[in-house]
Design a binder for this molecule. Structure first.
Ligand code: SAH
Length: 370
């Protein structure tokens, strides 16, 4: 499912493609770098900001490209440490980009570690039973330019908060591809976007600080393992047996654990870094000690890190998070065995930060108003 915009986004162009487009117009090669420098390093917000370009070239650029294909409609700051940007695309579709701040001991919030969570699709086709993003199915894939634009919007928001040092291009520490959508189902746009974010002519953001999270598309996990840039991988496991996993994740029918886990192992061996297993704790679904023991065995075999996430309630869905004591008992089974495990502290509950929830709420409000 593709959307054809009136003009391609400049943020989807690479140095090579832009140089070629400019060469076809008789422009010298250095112009491409100049333009990309305005976009990523100087954060120009309009073509007219690009003052060292000839006027005629600016006019051609304005006719040919959309400078930024995602506009900010809402920046919802929560009482805790999570900000959520709601962005509108050219076809009025809504996507979410989240800034998660983790304060460091002894310094203020502005010096916190920041992780940016980005979306790759409008809606999602995976139909995980617990997730708000998939409730209305997949609307469309995002283009590479729309994925990159999310990070630029974060840069604008962060630049306004804290003036950055000249040498510091991005004022955040990690990017996680864990927003709306299944990233590996939009593979080519994903890789192109991450390549642009990584490139020295782009945001110059290190590939090892970018984590791609998947519900478990095995052939694409194997493909990702061969990407030269070496992005990190997280798997949404959520069930330590096929029986439990298939109940909440339809993808498990196509790619059961017997196929998924060896693929993760291959990735991890090629990559040489720990893979993360995400495990949402849902009361009476996957939070038993038997599941904890099975998860422990899987994590040990894969030498993987486990991220336990208490479930965020979604309006209209029946699932609930377990009591804290039960969460801790689950985590302890892993901890005692020496597995690297984190039990995620709650962030952003008050701004509907769980995957797809703010968008769902806004779409429902729009429908009600129509
Ligand atoms: N499709 C990808 C990335 C998007 S979902 C994937 O499945 O990994 C990002 C993470 O949020 C996934 O681990 C997903 O299972 C989890 N998630 C979805 N809904 C949630 C909820 N209501 N509470 C907590 N985590 C949720």
């Amino acid at each position: 499912m593709k959307f054809s915009p009136a003009k391609p986004a400049l943020t989807g162009e690479t140095l090579e493609t832009l140089t070629a487009a400019l060469a076809a117009r008789g422009q010298p090669p250095f112009r491409a770098r100049q333009i990309l420098d305005w976009v990523y390093k100087k954060r120009a917000r309009s073509w007219d900001d690009m003052t060292n370009l000839p006027k005629a070239l600016r006019a051609w650029l304005a006719e040919t490209y959309a400078l930024l294909p995602a506009q900010l409609v809402l920046n919802r700051q929560s009482a805790d440490v999570t900000d959520k940007l709601l962005l509108e695309l050219e076809d009025k579709a809504l996507i979410e980009t989240v800034i998660i701040r983790v304060p460091q001991d002894g310094v203020g919030l502005d010096h916190s570690r920041k992780t940016i969570c980005i979306s790759t699709q409008v809606g999602c086709a995976m139909a995980c039973a617990f997730c708000a993003s998939g409730l209305a199915g997949l609307k469309r894939d995002l283009s590479a330019g729309e994925i990159v634009a999310q990070l630029l919007q974060v840069c604008y928001a962060e630049d306004a908060r804290t003036p950055r040092a000249r040498s510091e291009l991005a004022s955040f520490d990690n990017i996680v591809v864990m927003g709306m959508g299944e990233p590996l189902a939009n593979y080519d746009a994903l890789i192109r976007a991450l390549t642009i974010l990584n490139a020295e002519w782009g945001l110059g953001f290190g590939a090892r600080r970018i984590t791609v999270s998947t519900s478990g598309l095995v052939p694409k996990i194997l493909k990702l393992a061969d990407e030269p840039l070496g992005f990190r991988l997280a798997i949404s496991l959520h069930g330590a047996t096929d029986e439990v996993r298939a109940r909440i994740m339809p993808v498990n029918k196509a790619y059961p654990l017997a196929r998924l886990l060896p693929a993760v192992k291959t990735f991890s061996e090629k990559h040489g870094r720990m893979v993360t297993l995400e495990f949402i704790l849902i009361a009476d679904v996957n939070d038993s000690l038997e599941q904890a023991k099975k998860l422990r065995d899987i994590a040990q075999d894969l030498h993987a890190h486990v991220n336990l996430i208490p479930y965020n309630t979604v309006e209209g869905l029946p699932w609930k998070r377990p009591e804290v004591a039960r969460q801790l008992a689950f985590a302890e089974v892993l901890e005692r065995a020496g597995v690297s495990v984190t039990l995620r502290r709650e962030k952003g509950h008050d701004i509907n930060a769980a995957c797809g929830q703010l968008r769902l709420k806004t779409e429902r409000e729009r429908e009600a108003a129509a």
